[in-house]
Structure formats: structure tokens, C-alpha cells
Design a protein. Structure first.
Length: 389
């Protein structure tokens, strides 16, 4: 149910902040996390891959070459490439459904479909492991940049009196690391603090937290949501077990190489899809839960801080637009970007604002174009943080 303006103010929505973080924030503190750079490195690794099975590696290379025949040239290429591997999920489901429909006497055909399904899964795993391995290796920032990120997080979560919900679209762990450094014990994420389970990794048993199944976050002012998953979110293949691993477990056990060599049952929990397939992907657990919680945060906040986001994700834009249109002018939005590439009209269109019929957006939409690393010393931040309704 959409809250009225009176209800919003009654629950203190003017004290709350909803934050959406895109790739531009990560790039601001580590340029090697740019999507163009990641895509180029992925293509190099795919070309020289010698860890997986011969046939699967050749198929993976063919998929990559078909997706990007001329190499990476833009940030959109990342989505094209990962979407090519992510769509294998739908292929697997089709094969499995077909195998179930085959008559019991058609054993040969059933076996063939199962083999095809297993091969498609192997190809997908090889591609996805390269995607995440590159991002994992680059999920750091030099100390000067990391201190800038910590200051950004310290101020965003400290200058606002009410609840702060950070929705991260990135798989990397930069935001998580910064929150742990400056707000350890003061924030909650999708990992359930009171529930653990056992997993086996590298021949060792670990007790790790499970991911939340419902909106049962503890009474903490700060939340971190990974709308499209995280390097730290994993599931056990063919087992309904979703867990959060710490980064030391990934490093010590070479988990990405283990996926390619098929020596682990763990698989990453991330959305790897193009725009066409993304809607179905985010409708599944645990992404649907993260979207639900963030949408509630948008509805319960009169200030939205949007950092390093291109406004090109149709599903995200739809969520923002649904809440914005229903808010009847109560929301103030600060968009933090780098340079002049993102226009005011692009943001207006994404949020469902028409200047011709709705008027000038300057009263509710402001920009800071020098990047997140410079935001905290700006007049734009001072004005935005002092807004009330």
C-alpha cells in the first residue's frame, strides 16, 4: 500500500535516506572496476582458459566471441557478455523440463537431454566464474581512495538522523568493507545474524550465516542490500541453502578455479542477465526480497541519494518511477555522477517526470558532477542532508 504524504511525515520519512549505488561509485575509488576494463580482462581470460573441460572451454569461447565479436568497446558490452552466459540458466530449465515430459520409454532421448543440460551448466559455470574472479581480484582500493570511501560512508550514514538503506547494484565488496570499517555492528545486510549452517569448501567445514528469507532485519538504523547479489552470496548446487561467505574463504580456497574444475558444489548468487532476462531473474529469491525491502525504503524516505548509476536498468527505473509518481512531489533526489554524460532529461524520463506538463524539476532534482569521492566537501551535500520533506 502506498503511503500518503501525511503518513510519510508521521513516520519520520523526512529523516530517512534511501541510497542507490551503481558501478560509478566503485570506479570512483578503483578505476579498474570500470565495466569496460572488466569486460576486456574477462575476454583475455576466457581466451587463455585451460582449467575447464576442453569442449566446455571451446563453447564458452564461442559464446564470448559471438557476444562481442570486436571486443569490449563500451560499458554496455559487459551486460551483453554476462547476459550471454546468464541466459544459460533458462537453457538449463528448458532442458530439464523437456526431460521430465519425455515418455518413460524414451530413455535415450531423456539421457541426451540430461547430458545437454549438464554441458550447458558447465559452460555457464566457466563463464560466470571468470566474471566474478576478475571483480573479486579488483574489489579493493588503494589506502587513500579507501579512506575517501570510508569517509563517504561515514558521512552518508552519520549526517542523516533516521534510517539509511543502501542498495548496491555492484557485486564487489567495496561498500561492505567500508561499512564494516566505520559502522561495524551498526548495520544489517541479507545475512541472518542468528542463523548458521555448515558448508564444505576446499575440504574444510565452515559454519556460515544463511541469507534472510523474510524482511526480518534487526532494529538497526543502517541496512545494506545487494539487489543483484554479491561476491559473498553463495548457494549449494541442488540444495536450497543460501549463505554468506567472508572474502577470506574465497581467497584461501580458490573458489573460482574450483567452479571451473567442478570440484565444489557451491555456486554464486548473482543476477547475470541482459535487460530482457533481468525481470525474471530479480523476481526470484533472494533478489526479490532485496527489491521488496528497498522499495519499502524508497516509500519511507523523502530523500533519495543516487550514486554512480546510469539510469539504464529498466527494472530499477520502474521501481523508482512507481514510488516517485505515487509520492506526489515529496521526494528530493540528489544524483551523484562524474561529468556531464548523464542529463537531467534522462533522469526525469526514468522517474516519470515530463517537464512540459509537470514543470521544471530543479525544485526536487539536483546533481553533483564531480564524483562520490568529492561529494562530502560540497555545498550540494550540505543542502541535501539538511532537507526535511
Amino acid at each position: 500500500m502506498t503511503l500518503s504524504n501525511e503518513q510519510k511525515l508521521a513516520i519520520g520519512a523526512d529523516q530517512n535516506l534511501a541510497v542507490l549505488v551503481g558501478n560509478g561509485l566503485s570506479v570512483g575509488f578503483n578505476p579498474s572496476l570500470s565495466l569496460v576494463s572488466i569486460t576486456e580482462e574477462m575476454m583475455r581470460r576466457i581466451e587463455r582458459d585451460d582449467e575447464g573441460g576442453y569442449d566446455a572451454v571451446n563453447a564458452m569461447r564461442a559464446i564470448a566471441e559471438r557476444a562481442l565479436p570486436n571486443g569490449a568497446t563500451s560499458s554496455e558490452d559487459f551486460e551483453v557478455l554476462v547476459g550471454a552466459f546468464g541466459s544459460e540458466r533458462e537453457t538449463l530449465s528448458s532442458f530439464r523440463d523437456l526431460a521430465k515430459l519425455i515418455r518413460p520409454t524414451s530413455k535415450k532421448l531423456r539421457r541426451a537431454l540430461k547430458r545437454a543440460s549438464a554441458f550447458a551448466e558447465e559452460v555457464r559455470d566457466a563463464g560466470v566464474s571468470h566474471v566474478l574472479e576478475v571483480i573479486y581480484e579488483r574489489s579493493y582500493a588503494a589506502e587513500d581512495e579507501m579512506e575517501q570511501l570510508r569517509e563517504f560512508v561515514r558521512r552518508v550514514t552519520g549526517d542523516i538522523e533516521g534510517d539509511v538503506t543502501i542498495a548496491n547494484l555492484n557485486y564487489d565488496t567495496l561498500m561492505l568493507a567500508a561499512l564494516m570499517a566505520v559502522r561495524e555492528g551498526q548495520f544489517a545486510d541479507m545475512a541472518h545474524g542468528g542463523r548458521r549452517t555448515s558448508i564444505t569448501l576446499g575440504g574444510q567445514n565452515y559454519r556460515v550465516p544463511v541469507l534472510r528469507r523474510t524482511d526480518d532485519f534487526p532494529n538497526k538504523r543502517i541496512k545494506l542490500l545487494h539487489l543483484h547479489g554479491s561476491l559473498t552470496y553463495w548457494t549449494a548446487a541442488k540444495v536450497d541453502k543460501f549463505v554468506k561467505l567472508n572474502t577470506s574463504m574465497l581467497r584461501e580456497n580458490d573458489i573460482f578455479g574450483s567452479i571451473r574444475q567442478r570440484t565444489t558444489k557451491l555456486r554464486p548468487v548473482i543476477v547475470l542477465a541482459n535487460q530482457k532476462d533481468k525481470r525474471g531473474a530479480v523476481g526470484r529469491y533472494p533478489f526479490a526480497l532485496a527489491y521488496e525491502v528497498f522499495k519499502k525504503s524508497l516509500e519511507r524516505s523523502t530523500r533519495w541519494l543516487i550514486v554512480g548509476y546510469s539510469f539504464r536498468d529498466e527494472v530499477i527505473n520502474e521501481m523508482l518511477r512507481d514510488v516517485f509518481v505515487a509520492d506526489d512531489g515529496l521526494v528530493n533526489v540528489l544524483v551523484v555522477t562524474k561529468g556531464e554524460g548523464l542529463s537531467r532529461s534522462e533522469v526525469e524520463t526514468a522517474l516519470g517526470w515530463d517537464e512540459e506538463t509537470d514543470g521544471n524539476s530543479v525544485s526536487w532534482l539536483s546533481f553533483f558532477r564531480d564524483g562520490a569521492e568529492s561529494l562530502m566537501s560540497s555545498d550540494e551535500w550540505d543542502t541535501f542532508r539538511n532537507l526535511a520533506g
